[in-house]
Design a protein around this ligand. Structure first.
Ligand code: PBG
Length: 331
């Protein structure tokens, strides 16, 4: 074994000196991630019954619209600051008509949440996949999703959400020009203060599996690769983000989270616009499953994954763990 003395270059520095004492480690600590930066997804279904568990996502439930007011009050008192609302409608059709109804499921949920917890920031998913018979993110013609017809529906859906009081709409269908069309429609309807949280770089990911059970939105045939990004296309992702920024997106989101930290980091260098990351259902399910199997310490692993998303560049993080984090940090 070569002794240190005989090493060709010997640094005088010992980096571990700065790590030895907890208090000294804090001198150079990065920012801790506040609950204020977390957004919690909630699934809302029709009716007034008790919450239904989602088998693929332990701890995640579908709430009935009749009880979402209670939930809103509770989570606000637990310290959560923002939610992302997904509708899980009973009826589906070819055009996703339920998505654009002014008093549909999600508009009702928004009104109830805003009445019960006026300080909660409410964002809503804007996509047709849970509302169309065949589970695609848009209106299908033949075996293809018709981009421009879909964009018209998404714009109507966004206006219905804004009218009900949504603070942000979050288009996730990956249609071309969806952000610009939604911005125009919102402005024309007088909703100039409603923001757009754009799923800008959304990849065609295997990690959405459990979500599709929660939202009942799995495609009946084919897959989403005709509109979502190929996982190996970094430059295309940055191009999508630039396009959404140009169309007026207020926040640019990357999704999924951990498998795409490089995309976030590159976007952080390239764009000054606020960035979000979505820690998706499959990421949540993996951590839960590993913790349940006793393979890792859940809290530590969750905190580490959230810090990683923030460190890579996300200002805002959408996570199914948001509520648990709020609960355990207290107020
Ligand atoms: C709707 C939508 C999806 C997710 C968010 N919005 C599913 C999909 O594109 O298939 C995934 C969220 C998650 O996995 O947690 N298009």
């Amino acid at each position: 074994m070569a002794s240190l003395d005989r090493a060709p270059v010997r640094s005088r520095l010992r980096l571990r000196r700065m790590r030895r004492l907890a208090a000294v480690r804090r001198w150079t600590a990065g920012p801790t991630v506040d609950v204020e930066r977390l957004m919690w997804p909630i699934f809302v279904r029709p009716g007034a019954g008790a919450p239904e568990p989602v088998a693929a996502l332990p701890g995640v439930e579908r709430y009935s619209v009749g009880r979402v007011d209670r939930l809103a009050r509770t989570i606000q008192s637990e310290g959560l600051r923002s939610v992302l609302v997904f509708g899980v409608p009973r009826r589906k059709d070819d055009l996703g008509s339920g998505a654009v109804a002014p008093n549909g499921l999600v508009p009702q949920a928004i009104r109830a949440i805003k009445r019960a917890a006026p300080d909660l920031v409410v964002a809503t998913d804007v996509c047709l996949c849970a509302y169309t018979r065949y589970g695609h993110c848009g209106v299908v013609r033949g075996r293809e999703v018709d981009n421009d017809r879909t964009v018209e529906q998404l714009a109507r859906m966004a206006v219905a959400h804004a009218r009900a009081g949504a603070d942000f709409v979050a288009p996730s269908a990956m249609m071309d020009h969806q952000v610009g069309a939604i911005r125009d429609a919102l402005d024309r309807a007088g909703h100039t203060s409603t923001g757009i949280l754009a799923y800008a770089a959304k990849f065609a990911s295997a990690f959405y599996g459990p979500f599709r059970e929660a939202a009942d939105s799995a495609p009946a045939w084919g897959d989403r690769r005709g509109y979502q990004l190929p996982p190996d296309h970094l430059r295309a992702a940055l191009e999508e983000m630039a396009e959404d920024a140009a169309e007026g997106a207020d926040v640019l989101m990357v999704k999924p989270g951990l498998p795409y930290l490089d995309v976030l980091a590159r976007a952080r260098e390239r764009f000054d616009r606020p960035l979000a990351a979505y820690q998706v259902s499959g990421e949540y399910a993996m951590l839960k499953a590993a913790a349940r199997a006793g393979a890792l310490d859940e809290r530590a692993a969750v905190d580490e994954s959230i810090v990683a998303l923030h460190r890579a560049g996300a200002d805002l993080i959408v996570s199914y763990f948001a509520r648990e984090i709020a609960q355990r940090r207290g107020r």
